[in-house]
Design a protein around this ligand. Structure first.
Ligand SMILES: [Zn+2]
Length: 318
């Protein structure tokens, strides 16, 4: 299909989960869905396609509830967005909770104005990056302590070595270690962002000692890594990528880690599950991903759904 004809509209709602089956979207960015869909709308109008209506957070939660997705952990991982995630949780008590961290790609920017980016590319330096990393992390710490009922995890933290030079990798590893220490100090679960950094992330966790509940967000590892995860009692959170054709290694990892250690997420607005890859993702899309997980494990969808719900309760206390 040519780019010109690409469909930018919202994907249809999946079939609702069976009556009485409720799940939580364990990692999402609902506020970011709004500008993402606005961009889809702009592109659609440019090409003479139907407009793509805005769906605010209330609408996203309503659509999600209609298919059995009754809660979400909203992730704030840039300094100016931390408070927004907490506010969403305050506005939707018992439905939305927050995870907070300074994302690995953000961590390398804080306090490093003028330093060269990976591969000589200019860094996307913004005004808030003038604030040193230590102070940004202190804000994560402060909000987590001030809102213990809302903030249920530290994340997403970890390492992202996609196009990242050696200097940035060193900064990321230090920032990751600081987040590990903070999660353990606060007694909170940790959500890990690991992009092209499986060995480095595992090595750092083993060296420093992982928090009691350590979750690989949008898990992208292979079977060897899944065996380490199983051995250590860590958790996988699966996004729409589990449904992509080329990701057989993710599907095989599910069976290795086992039904008691897997959860489900959107990472909206990105990583939309099949058959709607490329559209705007939002929490209502979760059942498509559960369907892919169920098929990979060859068990009914409600069995996977209920297992993820139990695990979310055990890990996050929600
Ligand atoms: Zn994310």
């Amino acid at each position: 299909m040519s780019r010109h004809h690409r469909n930018r509209s919202w994907a249809p709602s999946p079939e609702p989960l069976p009556e009485g089956t409720e799940v939580v979207d364990d990692h999402t960015h609902m506020a970011s869905v709004v500008p993402f869909a606005a961009e889809m709308d702009r592109q659609a109008r440019d090409r003479g396609q139907d407009p793509v209506p805005v769906r605010d957070v209330d609408r996203q939660l309503e659509d999600a509830r209609a298919v059995g997705v009754t809660g979400a952990i909203d992730v704030g991982c840039e300094l100016p967005n931390l408070r927004r995630a907490v506010d969403l949780a305050l506005e939707h008590p018992g439905v939305v909770h927050a995870a907070l961290a300074i994302h690995p790609n953000e961590a390398v920017l804080h306090g490093h104005r003028g330093s060269p980016g990976p591969d000589g590319l200019p860094l996307d330096y913004r005004p808030w990056h003038d604030i040193p990393f230590e102070d940004a992390l202190a804000e994560v710490d402060r909000l987590a302590r001030s809102f213990p009922d809302q903030v249920v995890a530290i994340g997403e933290t970890g390492m992202d070595l996609f196009r990242t030079g050696a200097a940035s990798a060193g900064l990321q590893r230090q920032a990751f270690r600081d987040h590990i220490r903070l999660a353990k100090e606060l007694g909170l679960p940790m959500q890990i962002h690991d992009r092209d950094a499986h060995a480095e992330v595992v090595e750092t966790l083993l060296a420093d000692g992982a928090p009691e509940f350590t979750v690989f967000h949008s898990y992208s590892g292979d079977e060897a890594m899944a065996r380490v995860v199983a051995e250590q009692g860590w958790y996988l959170s699966l996004s729409g990528t589990v449904s992509y054709k080329g990701n057989e290694q993710i599907r095989r990892s599910l069976a290795i880690v086992g039904l008691d250690h897997i959860m489900v997420e959107t990472d909206a607005p990105y990583l939309t599950p099949m058959p709607y890859r490329g559209r705007t993702n939002a929490p209502y899309m979760i059942p498509y991903t559960l369907r892919a997980m169920a098929d990979a494990l060859d068990i009914p969808i409600q069995e996977v759904a209920r297992a993820t719900r139990r695990t979310t309760e055990r890990v996050y206390g929600i």
